[in-house]
Design a protein around this ligand. Structure first.
Ligand code: ZN
Length: 285
C-alpha cells in the first residue's frame, strides 16, 4: 500500500504552496499527491509553468495521483452551464496531460435549485459523466466521483455514488471513498461490502470527531488524523472491507482539513501526515 497526500491537509499552513508541498512530500516519503486546483492556479500565477511541474515530477519519486477537483458538475439547469463544465474539464484535461496526472476527481453540486428526486439526480449525473468521458477517453484520463457527506449535497452517500458509477459503466469511471464523507451521512456498510473494489479509484484516509450524522456543525473541520483518541471511525472495518472487495488502487491518501493542524508549520504538518499514514498502513495492511 503506497502513501498519498491530499493538499487540503496542509492548505492553511503558513507559507503553503504547491512547490513546498511537493518538496516536503518527497522528503517525508509520500508516493503520490492529489494536486489541488487552487494550489495549481497559484503555482501558475507565480510565473511557473506546467512544463516546470512536469519536469519536477519527472525528476522525483512523488507522482500526481489526481486533480482535485472539478467541482459541482451535475444538475446544471441550462445548456450554457453544462457547456461551462465541459470547457472546465477540457482545460483540466490539458493540464493533467501536461503533468502526467491520470485522474480528475469530480464533486457533485450542493443546494441545487430544484427539488430533484434521487432518480432524477442519478439520470442527470450519468448523462453528464458520459459526456465528460468522451473528452477523457482519447487521453485515457479517469474520473472519480467523490460523494460528500453533507445534507445539502446532491450525491451524499456511497450507494448513490456507486449506483451512478455502475450505470456509467466505463473502465475510466470510478468512485472516491472518503472515510469522513462515508460516515458523515451514515452511508450503509452493506453498500460498500457489495461494491466491486476495482471501481474505487481513490481512498481518502482520515478520522473524525464523534458527531451526529448530518449535523450542521459536522463539517470537514472536524476531521482528525486517523488513530486520534477523539476519533470514532472503525478503521479496521474500512480496511478489512476494502481488502475483501478487492480494492486495488494501492494508495491510501491522507485528507484532513483541520484548522488546528494548519497551526503546525508546513513541515510539521506534512511530516505528521506521513507518520500517521505510515502507521495506519502498518497496522491495517
Ligand atoms: Zn476527500
Amino acid at each position: 500500500m503506497k502513501m498519498g497526500f491530499n493538499e487540503g491537509t496542509s492548505l492553511g499552513c503558513k507559507g503553503h504552496t504547491l512547490q513546498a508541498d511537493l518538496d516536503l512530500c518527497e522528503k517525508h516519503g509520500f508516493d503520490f499527491i492529489d494536486v489541488r486546483f487552487d494550489c495549481l492556479n497559484e503555482y501558475l500565477a507565480s510565473g511557473k509553468t506546467l512544463r516546470d511541474l512536469a519536469a519536477w515530477f519527472k525528476g522525483h519519486r512523488l507522482k500526481p495521483l489526481s486533480y482535485n477537483a472539478l467541482c459541482f458538475f451535475n444538475m446544471k439547469q441550462t445548456q450554457q452551464e453544462k457547456d461551462g463544465v465541459i470547457a472546465e474539464l477540457k482545460d483540466i484535461a490539458e493540464k493533467c496531460d501536461a503533468i502526467g496526472c491520470p485522474m480528475v476527481v469530480v464533486v457533485p453540486s450542493f443546494n441545487i435549485p430544484v427539488d430533484a428526486t434521487r432518480r432524477e439526480i442519478r439520470d442527470d449525473a450519468v448523462a453528464m459523466l458520459r459526456e465528460m468521458l468522451v473528452l477523457c477517453q482519447p487521453r485515457g484520463i479517469k474520473l472519480s466521483l467523490e460523494f460528500c457527506g453533507a445534507p445539502g449535497m446532491s450525491i451524499n452517500n456511497f450507494a448513490d455514488a456507486y449506483g451512478i458509477v455502475q450505470a456509467v459503466d466505463s473502465p475510466l469511471m470510478g468512485v472516491t471513498l472518503d472515510q469522513y464523507h462515508f460516515h458523515a451521512m451514515a452511508s450503509a456498510w452493506e453498500s460498500l461490502e457489495e461494491a466491486e473494489g476495482g471501481k474505487i479509484f481513490v481512498w481518502h484516509l482520515n478520522d473524525m470527531e464523534d458527531l451526529p450524522c448530518g449535523a450542521a456543525y459536522n463539517t470537514d473541520a472536524k476531521r482528525l488524523w486517523p488513530g486520534d483518541r477523539q476519533g470514532c471511525l472503525d478503521h479496521k472495518r474500512y480496511a478489512d472491507t476494502l481488502k475483501r472487495i478487492g480494492f486495488d488502487g494501492d494508495v491510501c491518501t491522507m485528507e484532513v482539513f483541520r484548522p488546528e493542524y494548519y497551526g503546525l508549520s508546513l513541515e510539521e504538518n506534512i511530516a505528521t501526515a506521513a507518520e500517521k499514514t505510515r502507521k495506519h498502513i502498518e497496522k491495517y495492511w
